[in-house]
Design a protein around this ligand. Sequence first.
Ligand SMILES: [Zn+2]
Length: 284
Amino acid sequence: MKPWRVWRCHNGALCNAHYTCQNGKERVNLRVMSVPRISKREVSAAEWQARVDLAACYRLVEHFGMDDLVYTHITLRVPDAPDRFLINPFGVMFGDITASNLVCVNLSGEVMHPAGARVNPAGFIVHSAIHLKSTDAHCVLHTHTEAGMAVSALDCGLLMLNQKAMQFHNRIGYHAFEGMALAEEERESLFQDLGPHKAMILRHHGVLCVGEDVSEAFSLAYALEISCRVQMKILASAQPYMIPDEEVLEQTARQLNGFPVPPREREWPGLLQLLERVNPGYDA
Ligand SMILES: [Zn+2]
């Protein structure tokens, strides 16, 4: 039997309830959960493009196994409204996020639009800590993966065991666990602990990456996630491991961080093509 393929909503971009699917010759309607949406014509061109990029990122995070049900968030500053941010509607799985169902919030996590949308304001604390003070971290991507949480609890933190990890050599922050990050008072220490870096390990919690755009945040989060998975496999082997000399680590970090072509011109177009194949409709 051929795998089910989800086609675009047959009622148009604003439909909440019907997707037409195809299994070989058979076509059926699937009911999907109803969430508030906003149409392309109701927002600026810049906000719509940000919505498309961010929806793609949510679906890619799910595709690569970096999601945690409906928890954790990826946020993106609205380009032409710098004190507003896009975030996922609470309760929607990452693979079902679309450009139209993302929610625009202010720095307090209050919903601007679409009307009636539900977000997780407590979850926004970690993100607003960065967005509030940083002028270039427009996208904040936070995960609770098993590998990320495992490394976050290790006293040694992230080890420089492979070249993906080495891009974070002396370039990653650590934030001590202060209980669930629900209080606005924790925003200051979160921002301070990130420092000049683009990645941070939240002890006993997960990891966080920031980027000037969605593609950079995703690229860093993917590299950090793979680094954590590899580290835990190596440690699980209980075999002695080697770490290159400091000079080599620093050289590799500079090489990887100085790559002349940004992620949006490297893997991002291919990742969007991947979504067209495995989970189309993010741009609806
Ligand atoms: Zn979290």
